[in-house]
Write a protein that binds this ligand. Structure first.
Ligand code: NDP
Length: 452
């Protein structure tokens, strides 16, 4: 049977674009890709990239303050949101162009429209035209979800934050995950009065307890009004603001309310049900370790599969798909020991097991140190950082490494190599410290602080 294409990719985010261009560029496959929105997807257009630029923007006020302690006569000016937003939009336009060119240069044909599945080898585009392909790859990503409650439509999500006409004077952020905590720090740094409600006992559920405890403490120190064990009951318009009734009995008016209450897979209305492609409890597309769905010609990668929802993981999954399907080299995706960073202020970098999860698995030793870093301490700040290793008593392997510090994202990438290689505590010990740095403490911790 002959097809229009060897591969049709639905979704032009990081995962879909990588799979399309590698399949076309490296294997000579005839590839098409459909994207209904902007090329680059969540990461480039409304996630990691604009978020990180906002993190940078938000850090300058403190830097200016600290510069004074270092002898500079300097005063913070005013943050100009409109000027920054203009530059940000121009940068995103540039990056979208880069993504389009990557596809074009690899010989991928792109369609700027929505596509849905018709049968195991056919997709239908929004204009009604149909295309056939030997393989179809779903890389449709995810989207933020709001809780179902009275007035929820008044709240914004991370998709909207980059487009605000002006920065609010006050904002309530709901949630305690990556997105809620990162934007609490960003907006606080930009001068917005930030209140955060998290329904649980401590933010960043699932991460190392001591590390998230320190992030939470530092966020409060920096002026974020964090309320744990608190959620919204209902919200309603009140003049120019939004009146929020909370579970703790309070009622307050905020300029904006942002929900960062999780994300859902973009898997609705694309024809999965009729083809019998299975979906999981949260609506995600169910795949095996080769990213194959129950329909052999249809694969899925990235957030739509809700495995580990991170850009580099989607890219890995896309590469493994091409390796498996187009290069004849079956390659399962390795989801073990993925380093990750949360761009809170201070950042958290983490790889491997939390102390709590490791202790459930086997007897462990914990090495940890918390101290005031030189640069901030000299500037008169009371900020603390944390370096922590969770070590197996039996094998001496480092099971988890957790860093809370400025630049922790950069540090954990490198520590991640050692942990992925199976480094033991003694391997860390015999590595000479780089002095004077914060990260040298990761190789100078002599005695365990506790065993479990
Ligand atoms: P998360 O799933 O991490 O967090 C959702 C938060 O919302 C949790 O604190 C959750 O509470 C809370 N929540 C869920 N439902 C409700 C509700 N009905 N009412 C109140 N609170 C609720 O989602 P995010 O949106 O923060 O991030 C999504 C994913 O995106 C992350 O898991 C991560 O994979 C990725 N990401 C990665 C980043 C990075 O690498 N730096 C940055 C941003 C996102 P509870 O804990 O009680 O369930």
């Amino acid at each position: 049977m002959s097809f229009d294409y060897d591969l049709f990719v639905i979704g032009g985010g990081s995962g879909g674009v990588r799979a399309a261009r590698v399949a076309a560029g490296e294997t000579g496959a005839k590839v098409a890709l459909a994207e209904e929105d902007r090329y680059g997807g969540t990461c480039v257009i409304r996630g990691c990239v604009p978020k990180k630029l906002m993190v940078f923007a938000s850090e300058y006020a403190d830097m200016v303050e600290d510069a004074k302690s270092y002898g500079w006569s300097i005063a913070p000016g005013k943050f100009d949101w409109t000027a920054f937003r203009g530059k940000l939009e121009a940068e995103l336009d540039r990056l979208e162009g880069v993504y389009r060119n990557l596809l074009k240069n690899a010989g991928v044909e792109s369609f700027d429209q929505r596509a849905r599945l018709v049968d195991p080898h056919t997709v239908e585009l929004a204009d009604g035209s149909r295309k056939t392909a030997r393989h179809i790859l779903l890389a449709t990503g995810g989207r933020p979800v709001k809780p179902d409650m009275p007035g929820a439509e008044l709240g914004i999500t991370s998709n909207d934050i980059f487009h605000l006409p002006e920065l609010p004077k006050s904002i309530l952020i709901v949630g305690g995950g990556y997105i809620a905590c990162e934007f609490a720090g960003i907006l606080n740094g930009l001068g917005v009065a930030v209140t955060q409600f998290y329904r649980g006992a401590q933010i960043l559920r699932g991460f190392d307890g001591e590390a998230r405890g320190l992030v939470s403490e530092e966020m409060c120190q920096r002026g974020i009004d964090l309320h744990l064990g608190t959620n919204i009951l209902e919200m309603a318009r009140d003049g120019d603001g939004i009146r929020v009734k909370a579970t703790n009995g309070t009622e307050r008016v905020f300029d904006q309310v942002m929900f960062a209450t999780g994300r859902a897979a973009n898997a609705d209305d694309i024809g999965l049900e009729a083809l019998g492609v299975a979906r999981g409890r949260k609506g995600e597309v169910v795949v095996d370790e080769y990213s194959q769905t129950g329909v052999p010609s249809i694969h899925a990668i990235g957030d739509v599969t809700d495995r580990v929802n991170l850009t580099p993981v989607a890219i890995r999954e896309g590469m493994a798909f091409v390796e498996t399907v187009f290069k004849g080299n079956p390659t399962p995706v390795d989801h073990a020991l993925i380093p990750t960073a949360i761009f809170t202020q201070p950042e958290m970098g983490t790889v491997g097991l939390s102390e709590e999860d490791a202790a459930e698995q086997e007897p462990i030793e914990v090495y940890a140190t918390s101290f005031k870093p030189m640069q901030q301490s000299f500037a008169g700040r009371s900020d603390r950082v944390l370096m922590k290793l969770v070590v197996s008593k039996a094998t001496r392997k480092v099971l988890g490494c957790h860093i809370v510090a400025p630049g922790a994202g950069e540090m954990i990438q490198l520590a991640g190599v050692a942990v992925k290689m199976g480094a033991t505590k003694e391997d860390f010990d015999r590595t000479v410290a780089v002095h004077p740095t914060m990260s040298e403490e990761i190789v100078t911790m002599k005695a365990p602080v506790r065993s479990a």
